[in-house]
Design a protein. Structure first.
Length: 627
């Protein structure tokens, strides 16, 4: 019987370590969508598991009584569970050599480890661990991997994520700014005090994922409560907002960073139960997406020089704009994402099945961030935008950029190991005296002249590897089961933030006296929202979706109902004010910019549509709620 988790298979694989290097053989088959996404899932799990067992970091501390209780909850004894016998790490170091140091051991070479702890590494360790915990719980509940080991592993990952978050809050957060410094070292303390915007975004994202897990998971046993995690996330968002306002040049205007900002704050807004900062978060998302929508038109015209390549800028912008549409309901962001995807295809070399980083003919120096951005763009287009025709292209990309390139240095038996004759070997065949862990190298080079790849740095780089792992788990499948989240496919979506966005647009109509064509555009957005409600009514799978999210949705529906009542009262007052402004002498024709009686009636219609859409949505939830 196939083992439920990769950690167990690694122990078995190490029994035969020491066979030496075996040359890679030509692949005998072409990957399809299910094969590519299946191995995407396992590659994500291998990288996380191998790191946690490597001892390349600060050890995870768990009380014996907690271990015994978790094992009992999973239906296991302490003696039966190999997971409880392994020394796991809670906080990973920045980088290390992934070759094994002795036969039968999962440890990596300690003398080749960079013992720096970075905010980016902790953030992606948290996000990757939580994503795996959520999917393992889903696989357990659906019966695909309903074993005690699966349940215990999901519990361990949640506990680990909480401990990593606590470590970062204690050691990397500054009391002056409430932001996170770049790096820390044992016996030194803060070794790099710089406050990078991306570090704050990624840590906010990680805390938001932990906030979601601590609220919704029945397997979560972390030492941080839901209230604590949410308070840390709110504190960081407020600090980020204040610092960016007082340091106008702090946030670089690159599409890549703007896209990450949208994704991170969207994750925060979608998981927030305390709406104190929700309006401000929606403003961040809308303003950033509007700027990115303009930037994406110019990426192809930009020079190849700069911190970020045209490819990574386009790929991240595509995903971020689609997320912005899911958070605001503004379909212009979706169209911009589709346009960006079209531009991205100009860098696709169809003969080689590889994306070029630049338009020039010089070799491309790929990093894990480049590959992760592409995986994220594919996931957004296929799962978020429904572009099913891109599935075959993803399979080619996965085979040629992740496997044939030897970016993945080794693989476990679930992905074929050394038995499937593809480019990636089993750990005991992948180099070193005792084998190599199934993890990613940190950088590659692609030569367009020879269509060949070379690994330029085989070290394990924690932040980049776990970033790519998170992207892979979100697009990956286990026995055709996609990532269920929340959020599904790792793409945040919130009807509450959509409501806030639409409410603001309605308010602007009265305050700014918008032309009638803009009112019609808003009516179209509201109609689309109604259409989404009707689609939900028709979906056969709505019962299972509601069953998973009912606890969260019930609270949000109640909150929305209160907000609707409050907003309607405010809007009625504004409408009364607007009606008083309509009276103009009949001898003086109104100009295009003035609000006419038909416009006022349109505003009334908008409010009614909004109320009807919300009521319909609430009734769908009530009708479909499982017994």
């Amino acid at each position: 019987m196939r083992r439920a988790i990769a950690a167990v298979s690694l122990f078995v694989l190490l029994m035969s370590v020491g066979a030496g290097i075996v040359p890679a053989q030509e692949a005998r088959y072409t990957y399809d969508w299910n094969q590519a996404t299946g191995e995407s899932y396992w590659y994500a799990l291998y990288n996380l598991t191998a790191l946690l067992a490597s001892e390349m970091g600060i050890p995870l501390s768990i009380k014996e009584e907690s271990l015994s209780r978790w094992a009992q909850e999973a239906g296991l004894s302490t003696e039966e569970s190999s997971l409880l016998k392994q020394a796991w790490i809670a906080v990973s170091y920045a980088s290390g050599d992934s070759t094994y140091v002795q036969s039968g051991s999962l440890n990596w070479a300690e003398d080749k480890t960079d013992r720096t702890v970075t905010t980016e590494a902790i953030a992606w360790l948290i996000t990757s661990s939580i994503s795996q915990a959520k999917q393992l719980e889903h696989l357990y509940q659906t019966g695909i991997a309903q074993t005690g080991e699966t349940r215990l592993w999901a519990t361990l990952l949640g506990h680990l994520a909480a401990e990593a978050a606590r470590f970062a809050y204690t050691n990397l957060r500054t009391s002056e700014t409430q932001l996170y410094v770049r790096a820390w070292k044992e016996n030194v303390g803060v070794s790099d005090p710089s406050l990078r915007p991306l570090d704050q975004i990624w840590m906010l994202w990680a805390l938001s994922e932990l906030n979601s897990l601590s609220e919704s998971s029945s397997f979560y046993r972390g030492t941080l409560s839901h209230a604590e995690v949410e308070s840390w996330a709110v504190e960081l968002f407020r600090a980020f907002s204040q610092y960016s306002q007082s340091h106008s040049n702090w946030l670089a205007p690159s599409p890549y960073q703007m896209g990450m900002l949208i994704e991170g704050i969207s994750s925060y807004a979608a998981t927030l139960s305390n709406g104190a900062t929700l309006d401000e978060a929606v403003d961040f998302i809308e303003n950033s997406a509007q700027a990115l929508k303009e930037q994406i038109k110019k990426i192809g015209e930009a020079s190849d020089s700069g911190e970020f390549s045209p490819l990574i800028n386009l790929a991240e912008a595509v995903r971020a704009l689609l997320v912005a549409q899911r958070m605001t309901g503004d379909d212009s962001f979706r169209q911009a994402a589709l346009d960006g995807w079209t531009s991205l295809q100009s860098l696709w070399d169809s003969s080689a099945g590889v994306y070029r980083l630049h338009s020039r003919q010089a070799p491309d120096d790929y990093t894990l961030w480049d590959v992760g951005a592409l995986v994220g763009a594919f996931s957004a287009m296929i799962n978020g935008a429904g572009m099913t025709e891109a599935k075959e292209q993803y399979a080619r990309f996965f085979q040629n950029t992740i496997k044939a390139s030897h970016l993945m240095l080794a693989e476990g038996e679930e992905a074929g190991g050394g038995t499937d004759n593809d480019e990636v070997l089993a750990p005991d065949q992948a180099g070193g005296d005792f084998g190599r862990a199934p993890v990613f190298a940190s950088s590659l080079q692609y030569d367009p002249g020879t269509h060949s790849w070379s690994v330029t740095n085989s070290r394990f780089y924690t932040a980049g590897a776990l970033y790519l792992s998170a992207r892979l788990i979100w697009i990956g499948q286990r026995e055709t089961q996609p990532y269920s989240g929340p959020p599904r496919w790792g793409l945040p979506e919130s009807k509450e933030t959509q409501f806030i966005s639409l409410r603001k647009q309605v308010a602007e109509l009265g305050e700014d006296r918008k032309p009638s064509e803009q009112i019609e555009a808003l009516k179209l957005i509201l109609t689309n929202l109604q259409d989404r409600v009707e689609e939900l009514r028709k979906q056969e799978s709505i019962a299972s979706i509601v069953a998973q999210d009912m606890k969260d949705l019930k609270g949000k529906v109640e909150s929305l109902e209160q907000k609707v009542n409050s907003e309607l009262a405010g809007l009625n007052q504004k409408l009364a004010t607007l009606e008083s402004k309509i009276s103009v002498p009949t001898s003086q024709p109104t100009t295009r910019g003035k609000l006419t009686l038909p416009d006022t009636l349109t505003v009334v219609l908008i409010v009614l549509i909004l109320l009807l859409g919300f009521v319909a949505y609430q009734r769908v939830l009530q009708q479909k709620q499982p017994a």
